[in-house]
Design a protein around this ligand. Structure first.
Ligand code: GDP
Length: 175
């Protein structure tokens, strides 16, 4: 737990990734501890906030959950510019969503804040039987591109808080 006299920082965080990879579900799990089977599509983007205690600091994440549809692509820079962190989400049962995640990584590397903490989240890790993307492949890609990688499940809550905690730990302002 954070103690008194600690550092309080705000960190803008953006979620990017294909539609239906589980971005909204990850946010709902992290912010409210809930999961719904039929999550409605996000229109444009939605805003949430949640705090995480790390060592002697409290990080208040200001979370922008973006819509994955291509028609909203031109809006994305508005959300990732100035962001301290990004979670790029793909669905482990969908190869195309992994390819799309790599495109987001390239775009952030070219146009995002150079100090941005980037996480690659392979979501729906509960659907092991339908897996299309090997964890090893994603791990290697992440390592080569300076991201950290975790497989998550918004459904079972596996690794969801952990992704946000790991990001908080890596924020340059806490180093
Ligand atoms: P978004 O478009 O990326 O925000 O994706 P949503 O959060 O709307 O999720 C798309 C669908 O995948 C919904 O039906 C969710 O219930 C489902 N979903 C999201 N996360 C998971 C997960 O971790 N496991 C499983 N089995 N389904 C998930």
């Amino acid at each position: 737990m954070a103690s008194s006299g600690n550092k309080n920082i705000n960190a803008k965080l953006v979620l990017l990734g294909d539609v239906a990879t589980g971005k909204s579900s990850l946010v709902l799990r992290f912010v409210k501890g809930q999961f719904v089977e039929f999550q409605e599509s996000t229109i444009g983007a939605a805003f949430f906030s949640q705090t995480v205690a790390v060592n002697d600091a409290t990080v208040k994440f200001e979370i922008w959950d973006t819509a994955g549809q291509e028609r909203y692509h031109s809006l994305a820079p508005m959300y990732y510019r100035g962001a301290a962190a990004a979670i790029i989400v793909y669905d482990i049962t969908n190869q195309a969503s992994f390819d799309r995640a790599k495109k987001w990584v390239q775009e952030l590397q070219a146009q995002g804040n150079p100090n941005m903490v980037m996480a690659l989240a392979g979501n729906k890790s509960d659907l092991l039987d339908a897996r299309k993307v090997a964890a090893e492949e994603a791990q290697t890609y992440a390592q080569e591109n300076g991201l950290f990688f975790m497989e998550t499940s918004a459904k079972t809550a596996t690794n969801v808080n952990d992704v946000f905690y790991e990001i908080a730990k890596r924020l340059p302002r806490l180093q």
